[in-house]
Write a protein that binds this ligand. Structure first.
Ligand SMILES: [Zn+2]
Ligand SMILES: [Zn+2]
Length: 170
């Protein structure tokens, strides 16, 4: 969604609230399931100096850090910036790519904020058993056949113990 700022620029110290919607593609495997509209407050001080603020939350499917099953996660975010819409960069030297001329692109404005707030790691549950490193099976759904191969080792240990016991009896 685009906000047309031409209605603000002629006036100094003018504030307007915009009910905005957005539609983001974050990354492969990170499907957005819910992105409610939010209110963005834009104040034009003068000479295209703007304050932009607002807050919202987005629901995203994020792969579990252990088993890779998608986990629906709510990512809150907020925007609170003070920029010169005529400049190419903000105070931190970051590109202002979300304003072109007098149009503010809400998707471009929000995507960085949302990416920054994405959790580094989510788990489908605290005790997620993850996936088998050998066969890739999701161990939350039951054991894979790889574990059976460990049986001979346990049997071997039992045999060793029996042998040791037998030796001790002598
Ligand atoms: Zn998991
Ligand atoms: Zn396995």
């Amino acid at each position: 969604m685009l906000i047309d700022l031409t209605e603000l620029f002629p006036y100094e110290e003018k504030t307007k609230e915009y009910q905005v919607s957005y539609d983001l593609e974050l990354a492969d495997g990170y499907e957005v399931t819910k992105s409610d509209s939010l209110v963005l407050t834009v104040t034009h001080h003068k000479n295209h100096m703007l304050d932009i603020s607002g807050a919202g939350e987005i629901s995203v499917l994020i792969p579990c850090g252990r088993c890779l099953e998608p986990v629906e996660s709510i990512v809150p975010f907020s925007v609170d910036m003070h920029i010169d819409a005529n400049a190419k960069t903000d105070e931190d030297g970051d590109d202002i790519f979300f304003i072109e001329g007098s149009e503010l692109d809400v998707n471009d404005l929000l995507i960085d904020e949302i990416r920054m707030n994405m959790p580094m790691k989510v788990l489908c549950k605290e005790d997620c058993r993850g996936i088998c490193f050998r066969c890739g099976a999701n161990l939350n759904h039951g054991s894979c056949s790889c574990e059976v191969e460990e049986a001979p080792t346990r049997m071997g240990a039992a045999l060793q113990k029996a042998f040791a016991d037998a030796m001790n009896k002598k």
